[in-house]
Design a protein around this ligand. Structure first.
Ligand code: ADP
Length: 617
């Protein structure tokens, strides 16, 4: 449950394989098809608009031939008005289609992005915990927000414009051939040469783009961490280090962008050269053809106008090609995330657990986060309904892992965790998780009001019920002193409340949830004795009648527990009541009496510490 620990899960920012765009496209094609299918009509409509618009766009250049050769050359003035009107109408058609196209297709593209974001977030939220252990939250933010952006280019105007460009290029080619096959052949040769250059250039940029997504995710990830851990950063005066770290990330990103910019400027340079070359050839050969009587003046003018239509799509490919490459890279990453199995997709989870009593059993449970590093090595115990089990032991011994298994955050490698006799790995999680409550040491509060944070556990609770929970957990004691009362905003992660107040809010949250199984991770940080007493009262109420698992740090909790499990290196080495364990003089006794050892602070809760030796005597 610590973000720094790695696990055997795949990481979302792992380098991707070196595939070409064609291969990548083939890989993601089924996904694209799935996206296109429900939008067939709208895309078809877009394509139709595009065809109409592009054809209308050809009218103006084509009319120049008539203008030069017939109206001016042959002095046929009566043709001028119809010609001008045709151009006007064609331009209007072009304008209207292009407006509608942007409206319809761009908006659809944006809708698709919104839909994908929702889909990816919903999926990520339901992935098992070990996925989050392996992937930084910043990286996941990138997955959800940035990677889907590329879809806009795939579904939006980009693709359609590209198709439109190709279409006009073919139409232009047809007209050009009719005007002058020789000139067309020459121009086409240069364009093909350029296409070959582009092909090479893209092969160069593609990996750079792929790398960019990865770098962005990494830099985002680290930034999110350092911002959310700003207190630690400041506490250790590590601002400089964080600055350097971020600066290095930004530098990597910059270098990546610069690299791709070099490639892109090379492309536009060669495009300019191409234009110049084609222009010179057309001028040179065209003029000779006119003198030889093989080409009319109007034909020549029209040819130059149409030439642009032939060349433009090639330029477009530069833009669209990069967009498409980015889009596919993004889609690939999105797809990877969506292929991760959600907790509720686990085919073994078919049983409904129903309303539980809270009998929890561990049967020879083995578990490891990383292959080959067993963290739990055969843990067995039973907690009867309504009893409390205290887990004690040195840090890193596996206590959090045990409660993680009770919450079904993880599944044992071998052995079983059962609740009311049902194997937790076979039950549907939604039905189970609503019956467990969690109060962790790092109480997690959202930046909302106090009452929002409390009803988080049961959104349909009435305000009265929430206030009742506040009263029991003694949230009323401080909340009512605020000007906004229970509607006071607590700040990100509850920073505006004290540690003790945050704990009381999280206890109220658990009381409102009214769970059958309760998981507690007692705070190690010392609170003043008044807060301590208030928290104790809330906890006592909360624990009553529920099967409780507590990673215990307070003597009072440990002594009250129905069962104490002493955990060491992934095994339960002793179990029983406080008195019997103490009397046995084993590991528990050692931990207990070792004032300066690992458990020293365990029994030294404020106001209680001094009493320990006496009360034991
Ligand atoms: P405790 O709660 O007793 O301090 P934990 O259950 O948190 O102990 O940890 C037990 C062991 O498992 C430790 O060695 C710890 O490093 C390891 N561990 C805990 N969480 C993870 C994780 N998400 N990935 C990898 N190793 C982990």
């Amino acid at each position: 449950m610590n973000g720094e620990r790695t696990s055997r899960r795949s990481r979302a920012d792992e380098p991707k394989s070196k595939k070409g765009t064609g291969e990548q496209l083939r890989d993601v094609w089924p996904d694209i098809r799935e996206l296109i299918r429900p939008r067939r009509k709208i895309l078809g409509f877009g394509l139709l608009l595009m065809v109409i618009g592009r054809l209308a766009g050809l009218v103006l250049p084509y009319s120049t031939k008539f203008l030069v050769d017939d109206v001016i050359g042959k002095r046929q003035m009566e043709l001028l008005t119809p010609l001008a009107l045709t151009v006007l109408v064609a331009t209007i058609i072009q304008g209207v289609t292009s407006f509608t196209l942007t409206q319809v297709i761009s908006k659809e593209g944006q809708r698709l992005i919104a839909e994908m974001r929702r889909k990816v977030q919903a999926h990520v939220g339901r992935l098992p915990l070990n996925y989050f252990d392996a992937n930084k939250s910043g990286t996941l933010v990138s997955r959800i927000m940035n990677d889907v952006e590329g879809l806009r280019n795939l579904m939006g105007t980009g693709l359609i414009e590209f198709c439109g460009g190709l279409l006009t290029a073919f139409a232009a080619l047809f007209i050009l051939l009719r005007i002058s096959p020789l000139l067309t052949g020459l121009a086409l040769a240069v364009v093909i040469l350029y296409a070959a250059v582009l092909q090479k250039a893209f092969a160069h940029v593609r990996p750079i783009f792929r790398e960019r997504g990865k770098i962005t995710a990494e830099v985002n990830g680290r930034l999110t961490e350092s911002l959310s851990g700003v207190r630690v950063v400041k506490g250790y005066h590590a601002e400089d280090r964080e600055e350097k770290n971020f600066s290095a990330g930004v530098e990597r990103l910059l270098n990546n962008v610069l690299q791709s910019l070099t490639a892109i400027s090379t492309m536009s340079l060669s495009a300019t050269l191409l234009m110049g070359l084609v222009g010179a050839i057309v001028m040179f050969v065209g003029a000779r053809q006119i003198f030889a009587g093989d080409l009319t003046l109007g034909g020549f003018v029209t040819f130059t106008a149409f030439l642009a239509f032939l060349v433009a799509p090639v330029f477009q490919i530069v833009g669209i090609g990069t967009q498409l490459t980015e889009a596919i890279a993004g889609l690939e990453r999105t797809r990877e995330v969506l292929r991760e199995t959600r907790e509720d997709q686990d085919p073994r989870r078919t049983a409904d657990i129903g309303e539980i009593d809270g009998l929890v059993t561990f049967e020879d449970v083995h578990f490891s986060y990383e292959e080959g590093k067993e963290v739990l090595k055969g843990v067995s115990f039973t907690s009867r309904p309504g009893t409390s089990t205290a887990l004690v032991g040195p840090s890193g011994s596996g206590k959090s892992t045990i409660i993680g298994l009770v919450a079904a955050f993880y599944v044992p490698e071998s052995g079983r965790v059962t609740v009311d006799g049902q194997d937790l790995s076979t039950i549907r999680l939604s039905g189970y998780r609503t019956q467990i409550g969690v109060v962790l040491q790092e109480t997690f509060l959202f930046d909302g009001t106090i009452v929002d944070n409390i009803v988080f556990s049961r959104p349909n609770a009435t305000r009265e019920e929430a206030l009742e929970a506040c009263r029991i957990a003694r949230v009323d004691e401080f909340a009512e002193k605020f000007t906004d009362g229970y509607d006071t905003i607590v700040g990100e992660r509850g920073v505006k409340l004290s540690g003790g107040q945050r704990q009381r809010v999280s206890i109220a949250r658990a009381i409102l949830a009214d769970p059958r199984i309760l998981i507690l991770d007692e705070a190690t940080s010392s609170l003043d004795s008044e807060s301590e007493a208030l928290i104790q009262a809330g906890l006592e109420f909360l624990m009553k009648g529920r099967t409780t698992f507590v990673i215990a740090h307070r003597l009072s909790t440990i002594r009250r527990a129905d069962q104490i499990l002493v955990v060491e290196a992934g095994r339960i080495v002793e179990r029983g009541h406080h008195e019997s364990l103490y009397a046995a003089g084993g590991r528990y006794y050692d931990l207990y009496t070792k004032q300066h050892g690992v458990m020293a602070n365990l029994f030294l809760a404020p106001g209680e510490g001094d009493l320990v030796p006496d009360s034991l005597a």
